[in-house]
Design a protein around this ligand. Structure first.
Ligand code: NAI
Length: 290
């Protein structure tokens, strides 16, 4: 396996491309938006510089990583020579189903199709392809170059051989894989999202202010950051999509997204990527906005 296509150059796509390129894989990063591709390459360069400053990589390794990445705005071009596709486009079921139909039609026969989805059914995504046994969840964590975990999710039809390949590949990337089966939210988000939603409910119901909620969870539970700040980092739109999948998938009201989250997303507050969420990021500082 040498050639990787990463579809979607947002928060996760740039990190996934970075990690593959840094480990010697040839990466084509694909996005419908050319501006996103430009931003992604700038982010990768900035993050490589950070690694360089910390002596995690050498200047040659930085140059090699950058040389390993090319960009494309068409899926057809991007996946033409791929041995592996990692899809990291918007967390929206119809977007992913459309994409997988298209990718399946143009990707080489033996190519494995992985999705970085946080919560959408791997089995459903696989069902629109002619290679269900070669479709799998490869769920990286944010920020990808830093976080060690890859949650590997086997769909109903994923073959053992493909699952083993992705586990081995994750290790080659310096990550630690953990296996899960395909149920709503898998493991990571089934447990994380109810906590984030409860933090938003605590704010919505006036139990405490943003900084108090985050301080209590950070210091009280020894979490590296509070749940509201984490939600901003994940993206409030992504959190809302995941909670909606959990709510629909289990039919249990405990997963219903907090109305405050729904309103914030509707008004364009999507967290770090839009410059504003529970905190403001517009001037590079963490100012309270709620
Ligand atoms: P994002 O909103 O930052 O980026 C999504 C990108 O996909 C955008 O650049 C958009 O232009 C592009 N896109 C949309 N439709 C496309 C198409 N048809 N073809 C090519 N590109 C397309 O989203 P983010 O946060 O990077 O999430 C991507 C995936 O990763 C989602 O499935 C999400 O659930 C998952 N994920 C997100 C995490 C996070 O912390 N944000 C953590 C782990 C997984």
């Amino acid at each position: 396996m040498k050639n990787v296509a990463v579809i979607g150059a947002g928060t996760m796509g740039n990190g996934i491309a970075h990690v593959f390129a840094q480990n010697g894989y040839t990466v084509v990063l694909v996005d419908v938006a050319a501006a996103q591709l430009e931003r992604a390459v700038q982010t990768i360069e900035k993050n490589l510089d950070r690694q360089l400053a910390k002596a995690i990589i050498t200047p040659q390794q930085k140059e090699e990583a950058l040389r390993n990445i090319t960009t494309a705005t068409s899926v057809e071009t991007g996946v033409a020579a791929a041995n592996l596709v990692v899809e990291a486009a918007t967390e929206n079921e119809s977007v992913k189903l459309e994409l997988f139909k298209k990718i399946d039609a143009v990707a080489p026969q033996g190519c494995i199709l992985a999705t970085n989805t946080s919560s959408i059914s791997i089995t459903k995504i696989a069902s629109v392809t002619q290679r269900q046994e070669r479709v799998i969840g490869m769920h990286f964590m944010n920020p990808v170059p830093v976080m060690q975990l890859v949650e590997v999710i086997n769909g109903y039809a994923t073959s053992d051989a493909v699952s083993e390949t992705i586990v081995a590949l994750s290790k080659k990337l310096g990550k630690i894989p953990a296996l899960a089966n395909d149920y709503p939210g898998f493991v990571a988000n089934r447990i994380l999202m109810p906590m984030i939603n409860e933090a938003i409910y605590s704010l919505y119901e006036g139990v405490a202010k943003v900084d108090a909620i985050d301080t209590i969870m950070k210091l009280g539970m020894a979490h590296p950051m509070g749940p509201l700040q984490l939600a901003d980092f994940i993206g409030l739109d992504v959190c809302l999509s995941i909670l909606t999948v959990l709510h629909n998938g289990f039919g249990n009201p405990k997963y219903a997204p907090c109305p405050l989250l729904v309103n914030m997303v509707a008004s364009g507050k999507r967290g770090v990527k839009s410059g504003e969420g529970f905190y403001s990021y517009s001037h590079g500082t963490k100012e309270l906005v709620v």
